[in-house]
Design a protein around this ligand. Sequence first.
Ligand SMILES: O=C(O)C(=O)C[C@@H](O)[C@H](O)[C@H](O)COP(=O)(O)O
Ligand SMILES: [Zn+2]
Length: 360
Amino acid sequence: MRTLNVALGARAYPIHIGGSLLDRPELILPHLKTRRVVIVTNDVVGPLYLERLQSGLKALDVGVGTVVLPDGECHKDWQTLNLIFDALLGDRCERSTTLIALGGGVVGDMGGFAAACYQRGMPFIQVPTTLLAQVDSSVGGKTAINHPLGKNMIGAFYQPRLVLADTSVLNTLPPRELAAGLAEVIKYGLIRDPEFLEWLEINLDRLLEREPEALAFAIERSCSNKAEVVAADETEQGERALLNLGHTFGHAIEAGLGYGVCLHGEAVAIGTMMAAELSLRLGWLSATELARIESLFRRAGLPVTGPKLGVERYLDLMSHDKKVEAGRLRLVLLRGLGKAVIHADSPAADLAAAIEARCA
Ligand SMILES: O=C(O)C(=O)C[C@@H](O)[C@H](O)[C@H](O)COP(=O)(O)O
Ligand SMILES: [Zn+2]
């Protein structure tokens, strides 16, 4: 097991990464306030892993309640969130009860938001079961639900007390979900870690073959990048926005198509290609560098062109982005491979051309 720390002062927390950690509930125990938890999961992950986590905790004399949500990004909404509140209230959960999110990004984001709201805040632990959740969404405390007009629009910054990433569970992950997680892994290389990007270019096939050593390295390196950024800028006043590479375009695709049609990681890959196209037009990225990004996404099995929603529709959806300031769209762009910047007021013609260049 490898352990990283998210350095947030009194709210600092560990990220444990390793095989079979679901069988080590003693790692969870020190982070509980009382011996009572509610595990929130979904109807795909639940049948695979809920019993294991539940029985391990019970053996340590922890009282365990469970909530099983319907699976999918299309359920990341008020109605489904309310199922968690119904269960917490129905079970008479206290403010000291710990909510454990067992699942991918949707379960983690909704579980975290429910924990932030229930009785104005209950302890929260992330047990991510997808690659995307292990390398990105379980770390950093962004919790939210979607709105038809925009992704993650209603939420809170609310940090977990522990992230427990069991890499063995990735063996049951569908290939499409593995690829979606790789989009966020590649993102770290592109925005701030050129050495990691080169490692990915060399070792991508090992990740696709789910070689445990390679996966553990990629997860640790991704989490270490994320932990550094979050510790420096928890609530996204500056540097943290760089973690949003590809997301302004990507979120427009997710909302425009209807949540769940395109996986988040797939939308991020397409969005990153649009950001790269714009960076190319601004003279910040060479055609060779753009081709390297495209080749990596393609090899990972990710899409590199998006739906033909029309430039106007893209821009309308993008205008809801959380990085918009005083009505000005701010985009994360690349100034070479391994260096991201935030840029306002991109020339309209270049932006439109970048979107069009990547619409199938
Ligand atoms: O943690 C962050 O900060 C990120 O931006 C990571 C993203 O990969 C993640 O998808 C995040 O939820 C997007 O945040 P949002 O603020 O754009 O909704
Ligand atoms: Zn993301």
